[in-house]
Design a protein around this ligand. Structure first.
Ligand code: ATP
Ligand code: MG
Length: 388
C-alpha cells in the first residue's frame, strides 16, 4: 500500500478566473517546500492536490509535517489509493485504517463519488464498506451522528482514495498570490506574529531590522536572525535587511526635544521602510503595532509616523489583546526566542515623559533641524543583507 498526501485548497477556490493562477502559485510553493525531501509528483484536480513520492525511501511523514505550514491549504490527509471496486476498497480500508479503528469507539463511513460511472451510489458504498469494517472491528460501534472516527472514501476518475480524519491546514492564501510588502521585524513578541499573519494572506515579505550597534549588541541582531529563520517555515526564504540606525538615533537625541524622540525615530523607520519597499516593488509596510500598548501606539502617534508615508501601513495586531498575541507567538514557535532578554533599538533612549497625543505639526517642527533625506540615504547605503 503506497501512502500519498491529499491537500484541500482553501479560499482560492472561490476566486473564479484567478483560480488557475492561484493554484499554480500553490503548486510551486508546495514543490519548493518539499524540494530537499526527494522527488514528488504533484497534481491538482478539482481543488484537491495529490502528492505522491517518486522515490521509494521518501519519508512521507516529514513531507506531511512541512505541508501543514503551507498557506492556501485548509486541510490535509495521508491517504492510500486502490482499484475502483467495492471489494478492494473495503479490504484496503480494513488494512490501512487498522490503528485508527482499534482506537476508536465509534465510526461511520463517508463516501464521495467524483466518478459518476461507479456502479454504487455514495450511500450504498458507505453502507457496504461500513458493514465489512463492523464485522472486522466488532468493538467499534457504527454512529451516524457523533462518531469518534470517520472513514473517508473518494471515488475519483483514476482511483479510489481512502483516508481517515483530516488535519487542519495553515489556511490563508498561497504565499505570493497577494503581492509583496516589507515587514518591520524587531526581536520582540509582536512583530514575528504580524509578519506571520500578513504572510498568511498570501503576501511575500522582506523583513527589515533597525540595528543600533553598539547600543544594541550583535547578540540582539543574532536573535532577530534566528526569529527570521523560524518564520521561513511559513514565509519561505527571505532576505533580512539590517539597517544601521545608530547615527540617526544619536542625531535625534542631539537635535530634537526629547519628548518627541520616539515619534521622530518612528518617522525615520517609516521613511527607510518605504525606501526599501519602493526599491523592491513592495506595496505596504507591516508593523506589530497594537493600539494603546505603549506610548508610541496611540492613534495620534500612529498618524505622526504615517504622516511621512504614501504606502499603507498594515497592522494586523492592532485590535488583539497581548494574551492573544502571545498565543499566536507560541503557536508559530517564535515565543521562546522573542522573550530572550536582548535590548531593542527602541529602548536605547526612551523619554520618561513621551508625547503620547502629538500634533503632527509639532512633530514636524521637532525634527526640523535634521537633514532627513541625507540621514535616510546614509542608512540605506549601509544596509547589510542576510539571506534566511
Ligand atoms: P515588538 O514586540 O514587535 O517589538 P513592541 O510592542 O515592542 O513590538 P514597539 O517597540 O513600539 O512595539 O514597536 C512597534 C513596531 O515597530 C514593532 O512591532 C515592529 O514592527 C517595529 N519595530 C520596533 N523596533 C524595531 C526594530 N529595531 N527593527 C525593526 N522594526 C522594529
Ligand atoms: Mg519592541
Amino acid at each position: 500500500m503506497e501512502e500519498i498526501i491529499l491537500l484541500k485548497q482553501g479560499e482560492m477556490v472561490l476566486k473564479g478566473l484567478n483560480k488557475h493562477k492561484f493554484e499554480q502559485i500553490l503548486l510551486n510553493n508546495i514543490r519548493y517546500r518539499l524540494r530537499d525531501l526527494g522527488r514528488f509528483e504533484i497534481v491538482s484536480r478539482q481543488s484537491v492536490v495529490y502528492i505522491k513520492a517518486l522515490d521509494p525511501n521518501t519519508n512521507i511523514d516529514d513531507a506531511f509535517q512541512r505541508l501543514k505550514n503551507v498557506f492556501g491549504v485548509i486541510s490535509l490527509n495521508k491517504a492510500v489509493y486502490c482499484d475502483k471496486n467495492k471489494e478492494t476498497i473495503a479490504e484496503t480500508a480494513i488494512e490501512y485504517l487498522k490503528d485508527d479503528m482499534k482506537e476508536a469507539k465509534s465510526f461511520k463511513v463517508e463516501s464521495k463519488r467524483g466518478d459518476k460511472t461507479f456502479p454504487l451510489t455514495s450511500i450504498e458504498l458507505s453502507q457496504y464498506v461500513g458493514d465489512i469494517l463492523s464485522d472486522n472491528y466488532p468493538n467499534v460501534k457504527v454512529d451516524m451522528h457523533t462518531p469518534d472516527f470517520i472513514v473517508n472514501i473518494e471515488v475519483r476518475e483514476n482511483a479510489a482514495y481512502i483516508h481517515g480524519m483530516p488535519v487542519k491546514g495553515a489556511g490563508g492564501m498561497p504565499l505570493g498570490s497577494n503581492g509583496k510588502a516589507v515587514t518591520l521585524l524587531s526581536g520582540g513578541i509582536d512583530s514575528p506574529v504580524s509578519t506571520y499573519l500578513i504572510a498568511k494572506r498570501g503576501v511575500k515579505l522582506i523583513p527589515i531590522h533597525f540595528f543600533s550597534y553598539p547600543y544594541t549588541s550583535n547578540l540582539a541582531k543574532q536573535k532577530v536572525i534566528e526569529i527570521g529563520h523560524i518564520l521561513t517555515e511559513y514565509c519561505g526564504s527571505m532576505t533580512l535587511e539590517v539597517v544601521p540606525f545608530t547615527r540617526i538615533q544619536e542625531q535625534i537625541k542631539a537635535n530634537c526635544p526629547f519628548r518627541y524622540y520616539t515619534l521622530v525615530m518612528r518617522r525615520f523607520m517609516m521613511r527607510i521602510a518605504e525606501r526599501i519597499a519602493s526599491d523592491n516593488d513592495c506595496k505596504a509596510i507591516v508593523t506589530g503595532e497594537n493600539l494603546g500598548q505603549v506610548a508610541s501606539q496611540t492613534m495620534e502617534a500612529m498618524a505622526s509616523s504615517q504622516d511621512v508615508l504614501k504606502l499603507p501601513v498594515l497592522q494586523p495586531l492592532v485590535g488583539l489583546d497581548k494574551e492573544e498575541i502571545v498565543h499566536l507567538s507560541r503557536k508559530i514557535g517564535t515565543y521562546e526566542k522573542s522573550i530572550e532578554p536582548y535590548e531593542d533599538c527602541c529602548t536605547v533612549f526612551t523619554p520618561k515623559h513621551p508625547e503620547t497625543h502629538p500634533m503632527i505639526e509639532d512633530v514636524r517642527n521637532a525634527e526640523s533641524l535634521l537633514d532627513t533625506a541625507r540621514l535616510v540615504d546614509e542608512a540605506v547605503t549601509g544596509i547589510e543583507r542576510i539571506r534566511l
